[in-house]
Design a protein around this ligand. Sequence first.
Ligand code: SF4
Length: 471
Amino acid sequence: MYDPKSLKAEEFISHEEILETLDYAERNKDNVELIDQIIEKARSLKGLTHREASVLLACDIPEKIKELYDLAEQIKKDFYGNRIVMFAPLYLSNYCVNGCTYCPYHLKNKHIARKKLTQEEVRKEVIALQDMGHKRLAIEAGEDPVNNPIEYILECIDTIYSIKHKNGEIRRVNVNIAATTVENYRKLKDAGIGTYILFQETYHKESYEELHPTGPKHDYAYHTEAMDRAMDGGIDDVGLGVLFGLERYKYEFAGLLMHAEHLEAAKGVGPHTISVPRIKAADDIDPSAFANGIDDEIFAKLCALIRVSVPYTGMIISTRESQAVREKVLRLGVSQVSGGSRTSVGGYQEEERPTDTEQFDVSDQRSLDEVVRWLMDMGYIPSFCTACYREGRTGDRFMKLLKSGQIHNCCQPNALMTLKEYLMDYASEETHQVGQALIEAELDRIPKEKVRLICEDHLKKIEEGIRDFRF
Ligand code: SF4
């Protein structure tokens, strides 16, 4: 039976409820009166239920889709302004005991090189990332209790936070590791992590079990209930995501929103972020072997719908996607992008992007400097800000700030100050010039005069060599 408050995976992600939702959406996809009501509700920033959003997903009336896209763009501007948060993944280890059929790190892949970073190698990777200008990382590791136990992950986090190289430092480490126990989540919390990210891969239980034939990840309930345990362990910010292409996208979309509704109902706060990965080619993975791939149009519609359905949740897109696709969905709602990414273990220390241990093929292969300049050329402010989490503005405190609209008095100046640090320390001459002009133009958009004056003062101090100001 469907119950968003239940702590049982099969009750808060009810298969029957999803099937009924898809049927309801199909029956109402041309119901203009209902569609207008749903769009009006989204316009009031109340978000949408999985049923309402599924009707919009099923609808293919061109004018209504245009209204949806316009609204997504508006909501994006109202909540996130033109700021885009920057991050990079850091692969620690590709040892894995699971059998995921879409990932080259699966146990049966005997020809991929297996690698686990030593602490000295972590140090080198982090210095390379700092030298690019990154301040926020997402660490990634396969599931392997022998090679990658929680103690190893914790040691790596400690190492990462401890490295201060020139003006560089990593100020926020997000963690993407396998589902684990409340006790381990508590240890991650105590290590000072930002968001705990875990992709559901698919919400369809039967497919999930087929796609994960072996290893601990086979347990659908344990995996699906991981976010509840993470929150019980004290982690306020959790990040959801499905791997689009594994199952039918309409099913996944309904499941994803039901998961967000569940966290809100059972834990009082929804997901901090939603990622939107699509299945990609890799070592022994051929995406065409999966029957449910989605094209760029559907992908864009999904992004717009996530934006209007959960307006307070950040949306992340990685370098899996090409520059053109990223450009399109940035407008529709994406608020975080990676740049200059290497998806192999130890990849940042190499001159050329190594592919031997890559988890997926990187479509957008530009350097961070190129990505930063590209964003600025489109009128966005690349932000290296990590302030909310460091000031304790996580979970429902962050959501309250976002809902009150006061966020612009923090995010706008923080984005400008961290961009200024980037320009001073890492940017090419051309990027520096574009960024400098952008900062001057964007200062006026800080709502409170007092905050603006302080920000101007801090910007001068950054020029004098002082770092790490934040509101
Ligand atoms: S998706 Fe994760 S758990 Fe599955 S094989 Fe890849 S690294 Fe291992």
